[in-house]
Design a protein around this ligand. Structure first.
Ligand code: ZN
Length: 320
């Protein structure tokens, strides 16, 4: 069985440190995820590698589980120092290869999205401040290989299974080697992964249905055979992942009914529904709360239990 080293790297986010994993396959060092582009994370990675008699320059491959800053932010810096080849899912391409372009594109998309979904200007402004906070937490880099579906990453006759698990991010992949599943943010033990809202990719018309996709990916994960240990992007490795998945699916079913119960006879906006379910939110959680509420509305739309009514420039939800 191949050695997997793990490092926890600080992030400036409420979630706390992020776990990176280093697989040593023959003479190759394969790094899974990178930490955010902050001086503190760079220092921490350099020190963690040094403790194992390694340097950033020794990294040969970087596999990115998904395009969130704490998982991809240092990819460009590591590639520059080491010449490491970067591999990820094709849906992460824009964030990786044109970070600031994608940051602006998404910022503009969300401005319109919030306005159409009844979010007051004052709250949009506060969410924008949070978007600004992420602005330099990653840099653009070239990417050497993209996967589109489940794939095998083979190196020196050693195989790592890449499994496509969209939901928390539409480009999320997990990695299986031996009985171990490196799960990124797809499966976390103590934290409920958020189905993060995303714009459509350039050239697409519809945004990804994050929560419906996430629930499908969770169900698919139950069918993956031979997982003994889950090594998550945040928190400690854990074994009882099937129970974690079942609890999460039950949680989402309950929350979906709660969202449905807030849609009465009068049309309601995403913001109005979200405010009732998540009152008194700190600013940094508003985006995630709106993401989750939209996810449940997407489920209810798919089940044809609610419908959209557009009045003026605003989108409302009504029971069918
Ligand atoms: Zn994430």
């Amino acid at each position: 069985m191949v050695d997997i080293l793990s490092f926890d790297i600080p992030t400036p986010y409420p979630v706390g440190p992020v776990n990176l994993y280093l697989l040593k396959v023959g003479n190759n060092n394969i790094l899974i995820d990178t930490g955010p582009n902050t001086e503190e994370a760079k220092r921490s990675l350099v020190n963690a590698l040094k403790e194992r008699n390694l340097k950033v320059e020794d990294i040969d491959y970087i596999i990115i589980t998904h395009a969130h800053q704490d998982h991809m932010g240092l990819a460009g810096w590591i590639r520059e120092l080491s010449g490491a080849r970067i591999c990820t899912h094709v849906r992460n391409a824009y964030w990786l290869t044109d970070y600031h372009g994608e940051w602006i594109r998404q910022k503009e998309y969300f401005l319109k999205f919030w306005q159409r979904n009844g979010v007051p200007d004052e709250i949009i402004n506060r969410m924008n401040l949070f978007w600004e906070f992420f602005k330099d937490h990653s840099v653009s880099t070239e990417v050497d290989c993209f996967v589109e579906k489940d794939s095998l990453f083979v190196i020196d006759n050693f195989e790592i299974e890449i499994i496509y698990t969209p939901g928390h991010a539409s480009g999320h992949i997990v990695l299986k080697t031996g009985g171990r599943l490196i799960s990124g943010d797809h499966l976390l033990e103590g934290i409920t992964s958020n189905p993060v809202l995303e714009p459509p990719l350039p050239g697409e018309n519809e945004r990804p249905m994050s929560l419906p996709m996430y629930m499908d990916s969770l169900k698919r994960t139950l069918n993956i055979r031979g997982i003994n240990l889950v090594m998550p992007g945040h928190g400690k490795p854990f074994t009882g992942y099937k129970e974690v998945i079942r609890r999460r699916l039950i949680h989402y079913e309950k929350r979906k009914e709660e969202v449905y119960s807030k849609i009465g006879d009068t049309p309601r906006t995403l913001f109005e529904i979200c405010r009732e379910i998540f009152p008194d939110l700190p600013d940094h959680q508003r985006f995630l709360a709106l993401s989750e509420t939209q996810g449940h509305l997407d489920l209810l739309l798919q089940e044809k239990r609610v419908a959209i009514e557009e009045m003026g420039a605003t989108i409302y939800y009504v029971r069918r």
